[in-house]
Design a protein around this ligand. Structure first.
Ligand SMILES: [Zn+2]
Length: 194
């Protein structure tokens, strides 16, 4: 069982050349955890959509990671399946600190999507922190394997819808277009509040 202690400022940048694949993967994992932990106003730790990257032999653990902020400036995370855990500091005020995009309104809608959509949209929102914050709030639903849900405002989902429309116009891949069509339908449902 490993406990990782990471200062976000010491990680390699997203596109830094020459970084070994394993180090780049771990840096991305840490950034995802910081985004999840800062994007929701929750007192206790909660189960995020982020998947564990610990390896046992040739298989990656893949379980969802529990995240929380026990105190300001300190993210704690753990994997209930393999026991890996860690502490992250040094993220406050960085672009991965999404605490400025937490939900303030009480009246929110719920939007559901899956891991594949989450990956697609994360890649498309690298420079849109307000929308990355929406994705970072995603959490699994125990009763429906594979389903992730987020709370958000109608305005946030509207903005996400516009992004998905742009992505649909720009794609030539049939698979990607199908996925984007599903996302638009899901967002419509969330916006209408059915
Ligand atoms: Zn694990």
């Amino acid at each position: 069982m490993t406990t990782w202690v990471t200062d976000l400022r010491h990680l390699p940048c997203v596109d830094e050349p020459g970084v070994p694949a394993a180090a780049a993967r771990r840096a991305e994992f840490v950034r995802e955890l910081v985004e999840a932990a800062t994007a929701r106003r929750v007192d206790r730790s909660w189960c995020s959509a982020v998947r564990c990257i610990a390896r046992s032999g040739r298989k990656s653990c893949g379980a969802r990671i529990q995240v929380g902020q026990a105190e300001a400036g300190r993210v704690e995370w753990s994997c209930a399946t393999c026991g890996e855990a860690g502490v992250i500091t040094g993220f406050e005020g960085t672009e991965h600190d999404l605490s400025g995009h937490r939900l303030r309104k009480k009246k929110v809608r719920v939007w559901g999507f899956d891991d594949e959509s989450r990956e697609l949209l994360r890649a498309a929102t690298t420079h849109i922190p307000a929308l990355r914050a929406v994705l970072a709030r995603a959490r699994p639903v125990d009763s429906v394997p594979g389903l992730l849900v987020v709370d958000g405002t109608v305005d946030e989902f509207d903005e996400m819808y516009t992004l998905v429309e742009h992505l649909t116009d720009a794609t030539r891949s049939r698979r990607r277009r199908e996925l984007l069509d599903e996302l638009r339908a899901g967002l419509c449902t969330a916006i209408d509040g059915f």
